[in-house]
Design a protein around this ligand. Structure first.
Ligand SMILES: NC(=O)c1ccc[n+]([C@@H]2O[C@H](COP(=O)([O-])OP(=O)(O)OC[C@H]3O[C@@H](n4cnc5c(N)ncnc54)[C@H](OP(=O)(O)O)[C@@H]3O)[C@@H](O)[C@H]2O)c1
Length: 218
């Protein structure tokens, strides 16, 4: 599948490495494909954002939140495409980084409003970028929730997440992005403010019959 990753910073480049390693066809849409700062990426895969999105079935948004509306609107006709929105709507508040929206909307829902004919999914916002191509290195498979309204296309997104080595979990409709963005903020707070570092992930464990491990002896 052709995946266009819009933005090739921390998140975009890590996802590109991960999916290229899994055999996917990835192109990167960046403001200036000739900029030497993209030298670590395969040159032949660099495009303008418009050109990258044009030939892709799936478009991944890996742009700073403040740049995301302009980025989406620069991508041309996104009708029928899958959009994977990795953004967290962050700004600086009195206590440092914080969400600039939530409760009654989300970045994911804003993206859907800017690209109404696309199938928008919120995911890959719940872990630091440096872990996104390293999920198989964790002792337990890290969880990655996916929220989106298009039930027919959701398995495609779940499969792309699983190819990165995550346990892909359906979190429900796109409005659940409100929870996933706050949950992403919890990862950020642990990493930046609670001295946990950046090489951790969240996992989902289950003690129901058929799922539980052998009970530990006390
Ligand atoms: N960093 C993390 O650990 C992490 C984890 C989960 C989610 N996120 C979210 O993912 C998003 C990206 O984060 P990041 O850390 O990867 O940011 P970053 O390192 O600053 O990279 C952002 C990229 O977006 C590009 N960009 C800006 N405007 C663009 C446009 N109109 N069209 C195409 N590309 C454009 C930038 O290009 P130029 O540099 O050339 O301007 C840059 O390559 C953010 O919304 C963030 O909240 C980040």
């Amino acid at each position: 599948m052709r995946i266009a990753i819009i933005g090739a910073g921390n998140v975009g480049s890590a996802l590109g490495r991960g999916w290229l390693g899994a055999g996917e066809d990835v192109v990167f849409g960046v403001p200036d494909p000739a900029d030497p700062k993209y030298n670590s990426l395969p040159r032949e895969r660099l495009r303008s954002p418009l050109e990258a999105a044009r030939t892709a079935e799936t478009v991944v948004l890996a742009t700073p939140w403040q740049a995301t509306e302009a980025a989406v609107k620069s991508l041309g006709d996104l009708s029928g495409k899958i959009i994977i929105d990795c953004t967290n709507p962050l700004g600086i508040g009195p206590n440092g980084l914080e969400l600039v929206l939530g409760h009654n909307t989300s970045a994911g829902e804003q993206v859907a409003a800017w690209a109404p004919a696309a199938a928008v999914f919120k995911t890959l916002n719940q872990i630091g970028a440096e872990n996104m191509d390293k999920a198989p290195l964790f002792p337990v498979r890290p969880v990655m929730f996916i929220a989106g309204d298009d039930e027919a296309r959701k398995p495609v997104v779940m499969s792309l997440i699983a190819k990165l080595g995550f346990e892909a979990v359906d979190a429900g409709p796109l409005r659940i992005a409100r929870l996933l963005e706050a949950y992403g903020m919890l990862w950020i707070d642990q990493a930046l403010n609670r001295e946990r570092g950046r090489s951790f992930a969240f996992a989902l464990i289950d003690r129901s019959p058929g799922q539980a491990a052998t009970p530990r002896s006390e």
